[in-house]
Design a protein around this ligand. Structure first.
Ligand SMILES: [Zn+2]
Length: 228
């Protein structure tokens, strides 16, 4: 189970929880919707938090042009700075991306071209882009995190992407407490609800749920390089 931070406070809490409750792991990062100055001090604390072995990724980081809490230029600056931090620490990244896939993929592509990318590139968490974005993310070595919306009646586009994506690129996540699957839609989401996400992925791929669960577990093991 991987529990990401969205600012310093929640990153600290995620690390504390991970240290106390194995095998819960943590990611640390500044989310694009946070009102935080990402200066040298903040980066220094993220780096210190990431020194804890239970921290397996930098995230959530990324771009959000939907909520637009921070000007795009500032979001992009923070995103690049935290990608560089991930490269320095040799950790994968958890990308939050809303209505900003072209820019996010462009920044990642430039980061990789500059030598920043590692084999463990990262995941587009709760993927919400189109089929072209999905293909580009895959080419850049990224995984797609699939959440509750894959079970929503209107999500045909996402289901089509899920049906065609190679099995070794798919991850299953909750985004709890948000995005509860259709049977619990609008209620508080929780980790046990990934079952419905796995069942829907299996259904659209004409696969067994157990096989999807097994594959996504192996994918997470590979991406986050944790011990179990
Ligand atoms: Zn997010």
């Amino acid at each position: 189970m991987l529990n990401p931070g969205i600012n310093l406070e929640s990153s600290r809490a995620a690390v504390q929880l991970a240290v106390r409750c194995q095998p819960v792991y943590a990611a640390v990062g500044i989310h694009p919707n946070e009102h935080v100055q990402l200066g040298r001090e903040t980066l220094r604390e993220l780096r210190a938090l990431a020194a804890e072995p239970a921290v397996v990724a930098i995230g959530e980081i990324g771009l959000d042009y939907y909520h637009h809490m921070t000007p795009p230029g500032e979001q992009q600056r923070r995103f690049r700075a935290q990608l560089d931090l991930a490269a320095e620490l040799e950790l994968p990244v958890i990308i939050h991306c809303r209505n900003a896939h072209a820019d996010a993929l462009g920044i990642i592509s430039a980061w990789q071209a500059s030598g920043g990318a590692k084999v463990n590139a990262g995941v587009f968490h709760s993927f919400g882009g189109d089929a072209v974005h999905a293909e580009t993310a895959r080419e850049l070595g990224f995984y797609l995190g699939i959440t509750g919306p894959v079970t929503f009646p209107t999500a045909d586009g996402l289901r089509k992407i899920v049906a065609h994506m190679p099995e070794d690129r798919l991850l299953i996540e909750t985004d709890a407490p948000f995005l509860a699957p259709q049977p619990r839609r609008g209620k508080r989401n929780e980790p046990a609800h990934v079952r419905w996400v796995a069942e829907k992925i299996a259904a659209v791929r004409a696969a067994k749920t157990e096989a999807i669960a097994q594959a996504s577990t192996e994918n997470a093991n590979r991406l986050f390089a944790w011990d179990d």
